[in-house]
Design a protein around this ligand. Structure first.
Ligand code: ADP
Length: 381
């Protein structure tokens, strides 16, 4: 496609999913003059209040995706759990689809992903595939068991340490992974366009909420050695090139206690580990996604300054209409940028928004992120 094809032409981009990632994609789409239309099953999804177009429907249903896609110039995703067959058929009918359905097919299945890493000499933990719980035995332990499909945010992943844990094992097609002795969890976002141009974001460090298995907060840049930073970036580039992937790929990695960097898994879309790029990098991951899928020149991914991104998760014990307690205190802090996702009701650990904190140094952003975390609470009425 010639890049001039859509400037000023009411280019219609269809997005499968209408959650917070779509909402944040809308902002640079306005600046680049792209009409974005969202498909989501929830009538009150975060994108439902955006004016360009919102269709209520199931992105896993073949006919719904076909109907949604047929009059669009291009279809992209903000969630990978979609009807890939419909995307393949839309492509055959001449609708551009990016990322490619062939990549979604691999990435949706943690087993195929692991095989891809093994076949392409991409360092990742050792693994075996099993069809059901019956194939598990004490000799496999300790092990990380992951459902091949359908899991997200740590649901569908569990560590089986001893024979007693075997009773809780998932029963279905699973990946069994060697337990990595993790020093830090890292993420590198990488973008690639159809012309083969690649832009790699600096590595970020993720700090998980152990109870929710969700990212509590993130620090950018990661506090790792230059050598580890180079390995992480090289690895992300290797994955994107080996897949011949076009779009944004979030490469989640482990730094193990011996200093090795391993790929955990990838997401073929904008990612929670890149939200801080909206304020802290020259080009946000959302604008970069648009540039990559439309084969435009990629933007500069480098840092404007150090930052922290704090997820606003629904407080434990609260479910119902949402209240953001402490927002005025947060807004009164300098160099702090809240993003509320427009979800009307909260539940424990639901991702309701995030706040980015900028600073001169990692120590400063860490300090301010801690004080911010104790100022704000997402509760119900
Ligand atoms: P999801 O796709 O649901 O986010 P992940 O595969 O990223 O699941 O795993 C969730 C978390 O489980 C990781 O962030 C990490 O903390 C832990 N984990 C996953 N795989 C391993 C492993 N091989 N060794 C140790 N911990 C792991």
């Amino acid at each position: 496609m010639k890049t001039s094809a859509f400037y000023g032409k009411r280019f219609k981009l269809g997005v499968l999913g209408g959650g917070q990632l779509g909402r944040m994609l809308q902002q640079p789409a306005i600046s680049l003059d792209i009409d974005v239309h969202f498909l989501d099953p929830a009538p009150d999804a975060p994108c439902s209040t955006l004016s360009t177009g919102f269709v209520v429907g199931d992105f896993n249903d073949y006919q719904t995706v076909m109907d949604f896609g047929k009059d669009k110039d291009m279809i992209t995703i903000e969630i990978e759990n979609v009807n890939v067959k419909a995307l393949e058929d839309l492509e055959k009918q001449g609708v551009a689809v990016c990322p490619s359905p062939k990549h979604l097919h691999i990435i949706k299945d943690k087993g195929l992903q692991k095989q891809f890493y093994a076949n392409n000499n991409i360092p990742s933990s050792n693994f075996t595939l099993i069809e059901s719980k019956a194939a598990l035995s004490p000799t496999n332990l300790p092990v990380v068991q992951k459902l091949r499909t359908g899991g997200y945010d740590g649901k569908g992943v569990q560590v089986l340490m001893n024979e007693h844990d075997l009773a809780q094992a998932f029963d279905g097609p699973c990946v069994l992974e060697a337990l990595v002795d993790i020093e830090k969890e890292l993420s590198v976002i990488v973008a690639r366009n159809k012309s083969g141009e690649v832009a790699v974001y600096p590595t970020v460090e993720l700090v998980f909420n152990p109870e929710a298995n969700l990212v509590d907060f993130l620090l950018s840049p990661a506090s790792i050695t230059q050598e580890q930073e180079n390995s992480a970036k090289e690895l992300a580039m290797k994955v994107v090139e080996a897949m011949d992937f076009v779009g944004i790929l979030a490469v989640e990695m482990f730094l193990d206690k011996t200093g090795n960097v391993l790929v955990n898994e990838v997401a073929p879309r904008t990612h929670n580990s890149g939200h801080q790029t909206i304020e802290a990098n020259y080009t946000s991951q959302f604008e970069q996604h648009l540039r990559a899928i439309l084969n435009l020149p990629l933007g500069d991914p480098s840092l404007r300054c150090p930052s922290a991104m704090i997820n606003l998760l629904g407080e434990k014990g609260h479910a119902g209409p949402v209240v953001y307690e402490g927002m005025n205190e947060v807004l009164a802090m300098p160099k702090v940028y809240p993003h509320l996702y427009g979800k009307t009701s909260t539940k424990p650990f639901r991702k309701m928004g995030h706040v980015t904190v900028l600073g001169e140094s990692i120590d400063e952003v860490k300090r301010n992120a801690k004080s911010l975390q104790s100022s704000i609470r997402v509760i119900s009425e």
